[in-house]
Design a binder for this molecule. Structure first.
Ligand code: SAM
Length: 359
């Protein structure tokens, strides 16, 4: 199928009132889609699910703040100019539909998204890699739109718009990142490290964080990227898929997480440049390798942070490096002792994501 020609078929699936045979009815349509169409369908449906929830909330909010009856078509028109612009092809459908029609489309979107994941999981390594890379590129555009819209809204003092932080989490199913593998996990006796047993998706960086970091980092061609405490490997997989020229290494204490991340890299055929290794980063005899970029998301105990940061400082005396922090990890680089060694952080996502560059 050529670019965009999947859209009428997708719209038909979205507006179907019942599927007599699920997933058969949906699969009958999807088999005609090529890998790129499947990626577009995955992104459109995932986006739509979040967008429809947002439309419902907006309508409720605007209704609450207004004494006049809101004209539905006017309200929808405005949303399609901004938040809903990525699914503009559904504009007429939204305008003509009742709220129930839109709710039906949202339910169908969930079913279609699941059918795409199911179908793509049976494809070859190459198809899986093309699907994942295309999906991430499309997501990157949407995250950028979200970023621009939220900055504009913030400037005008308006409440924040559509959030896509968890929108594409089903990509985990394509990568087979099974967080339930933590079940029954016991920390080694006397372990003081922060291993986040059973915390699952909540302590993995959102796809939006990893993709946004990559968009703004401008990584040098052929450089090396290290995730310190790589968990189930989301960040490394995203970097490895979007930048085949970058060498990625993830170090993680918990063996089954490393195993799952490694298996995903192998399935996606990116394991030549993406490696995950079992490593306790608090071990005195382990030396963090030289790299250009280091990623840290709230990984360590107090002592381990000191141990890790002293090594990073040493590396920074020999070459310019960038530390990417997510969440509270930034605070470790903003203490009076650390401040002189790093640039003031470049902040994204309201400071949830920061880049510290060595002088
Ligand atoms: C908050 S998670 C972040 C995972 C991943 N970097 C991401 O952003 O999606 C932190 C990870 O660091 C790991 N970790 C904590 N202490 C560690 C240590 N001493 N050595 C290696 N990994 C460690 C934990 O097991 C956990 O999986």
């Amino acid at each position: 199928m050529a670019n965009n020609s999947y859209k009428p078929a997708l719209q038909k699936l979205l507006t179907e009132t019942t599927f007599k045979d699920y997933p058969g009815d949906i699969e009958k349509t999807l088999v005609a889609f090529d890998v790129s169409d499947l990626a577009h369908t995955f992104v459109d449906t995932a986006f739509l699910i979040s967008a429809i929830t947002f439309v419902g909330e907006e309508r409720w909010l605007q209704g609450k703040n207004s004494t006049k009856e809101i004209l539905f078509s006017k309200f929808i028109k405005k949303l399609f100019k901004e938040e809903l612009s990525p699914v503009r092809f559904l504009h007429d459908f939204f305008e003509e539909s009742s709220l129930e029609g839109i709710a039906q489309a949202s339910r169908n979107a969930v079913l279609i998204e699941d059918a795409v994941v199911n179908l793509i999981s049976k494809k070859s390594k190459e198809d899986l890699r093309i699907f994942s890379t295309t999906t991430l590129k499309l997501m990157s555009e949407l995250f950028e739109l979200e970023h621009q819209l939220s900055m504009a809204k913030q400037e005008l003092g308006l409440h924040l718009g559509l959030s896509l932080y968890r929108t594409f989490d089903k990509l985990d199913l394509v990568f087979n990142l099974d967080y339930l593998a933590d079940k029954g996990m016991v920390s080694p006796i006397g372990n003081t490290e922060r291993l986040y047993e059973g915390a699952g998706v909540g302590v993995q960086s959102g796809y939006s964080t990893a993709v946004t970091a990559l968009r703004y980092l401008n990584l040098k061609k052929g450089s090396r990227f290290v995730d310190l405490g790589s968990g189930y490997g989301r960040v490394g997989l995203v970097v490895g898929l979007m930048r085949p020229d970058i060498e990625v290494i993830g170090y993680e204490y918990v063996p089954h997480r490393v195993h799952i991340a490694t298996t995903a890299a192998q399935r996606l055929d990116i394991d030549k440049h993406v490696t995950f290794l079992v490593q306790d980063l608090s071990a005195p005899d382990f030396k963090i390798p030289v790299a250009d970029t280091y990623y840290i998301y709230d990984s360590f105990s107090e002592d381990t942070y000191q141990h890790v940061i002293s090594q990073l400082l040493k590396i920074a005396t020999e070459r310019k490096i960038t530390i990417v922090t997510k969440g509270n990890a930034r605070q470790r680089f903003e203490t009076p002792e650390q401040k002189p060694h790093w640039s003031s952080p470049q902040e994204l996502d309201n400071g949830n994501l920061c880049f510290f560059r060595s002088h």
